[in-house]
Design a binder for this molecule. Structure first.
Ligand SMILES: [Zn+2]
Length: 368
């Protein structure tokens, strides 16, 4: 019964916010295309304060149980499609993929995910806001947004139709959407994917780090003499791809997730909204730092080496500090004004379990 009430409120919200009109327009585009899809994707803009004012329970649901809240909007939208005959081709509720796009989060400490504080609370699949600087971006690749599965037993009614539709949910890996061990609820036969209906979306990974890391580079003192800053991955999907640029500072609203990769667990955030921040921290370089640069200007390596010694352990990702030091050391040895022929070579004994990294580093030193 509370679900019914929330659906009612969701409909009222959609109507008042103009979201219903946008949904009807989006449906028209699908209907006019006459093409049959496994999944029909809709973005719905959500202002959490407006919803909470309308109905506290639904507002709370959206902020703290976004997956369940999405299902409520999915039902409402399906009923709208059916009663108003918006998309002829659409057959089941499972085919509706709703993405709730939050305008903001309440500005309360419990919604802030601090990148400096461990452990992350990634077990509760709800919205958090975090802020940081982009230090790496990948190219845009494809991911499975949705897929259609059919029962492999020909006599089963679910061997056709759109009963088994799998849709990517925030924080889920590819294997959660597409796998070969799903079974039919009706006859327990294995399901097989209907490949021609696979819906692909765009995905980009962005590495972010807390702005405090930049402070360390600029030479501003931190109250704690030693602090560690861990970078983390942000997943940008579909309309968010290419929305973040290297070096810029952003506020990201998203759902934290833990991705198990062999023996390693990586905490990442699936972005829902990305907002460029105006930098409040000083963009200048401190006088101490400029002084250090002038003192070390006699050598092209001294400045970098000092930086690595003083700051690198605090700002580089764990496990790479020794590699960085070795890299600088080798570069120092190889950097000399002497002729190529008379250059003395350095014998190195390296003990490692990963020869690939050493191969890469020694070869890059020689080409430096
Ligand atoms: Zn079946």
């Amino acid at each position: 019964k509370s679900n019914l009430k929330m659906r009612e409120v969701a409909l009222i919200y959609l109507d008042r916010s103009g979201g219903l009109q946008k949904f009807v327009d989006d449906c028209k585009l699908y209907n006019d295309s006459k093409q049959s899809y496994a999944v029909y994707r809709f973005l719905i803009s959500i202002n959490p304060s407006d919803i909470a004012e309308l109905d506290a329970a639904l507002g709370n649901h959206i902020l703290h149980e976004p997956v369940k809240a999405t299902q409520i909007f999915q039902s409402v939208c399906y009923i709208a499609v059916k009663t108003l005959s918006l998309i002829e081709q659409l057959q089941t509720e499972a085919q509706i993929n709703i993405v709730l796009k939050l305008t903001h989060l309440p500005s309360l400490p419990s919604y802030v995910l601090s990148l400096c504080e461990f452990p992350f609370d990634y077990t509760s699949q709800r919205f958090y806001m975090s802020e940081g600087i982009v230090i790496a971006v990948t190219t845009v690749t494809k991911y499975t947004q949705g897929a259609r599965f059919l029962c492999s037993e020909e006599t089963c009614p679910f061997s056709e139709g759109f009963q088994y539709i799998r849709i990517h949910t925030p924080g889920a890996t590819e294997s959660a959407t597409v796998r070969n061990d799903f079974v039919c609820h009706l006859c327990a036969s294995p399901l097989r994917e209907d490949m021609k209906f696979r819906a692909l979306g765009e995905k980009q990974l962005v590495e972010m780090i807390d702005a405090k890391a930049l402070g360390a580079f600029q030479g501003f003192c931190n109250s704690k003499p030693h602090f560690r800053v861990q970078s983390f991955t942000v997943f940008l999907r579909d309309e968010l791809a290419n929305k973040m640029k290297m070096g810029n500072r952003y506020k990201v609203i998203g759902i934290p997730a833990c991705i198990q990769n062999c023996s390693q667990a990586t905490v990442c955030i699936e972005a829902n909204r990305v907002q460029l921040c105006s930098t409040k921290c000083p963009s200048c370089i401190s006088d101490n730092f400029k002084h250090l640069l002038s003192l070390t200007s006699s050598s092209c390596w001294r400045f970098t080496a000092i930086l690595a010694n003083i700051f690198a352990s605090q700002v580089v990702p764990p496990g790479t500090y020794n590699t960085l030091k070795l890299f600088i050391l080798l570069s120092l040895v190889q950097t000399s004004d002497r002729d190529e022929e008379t250059a003395e070579y350095l014998d190195l004994l390296i003990v490692t379990s990963d020869s690939l990294i050493i191969n890469r580093y020694t070869s890059s030193v020689f080409f430096f």
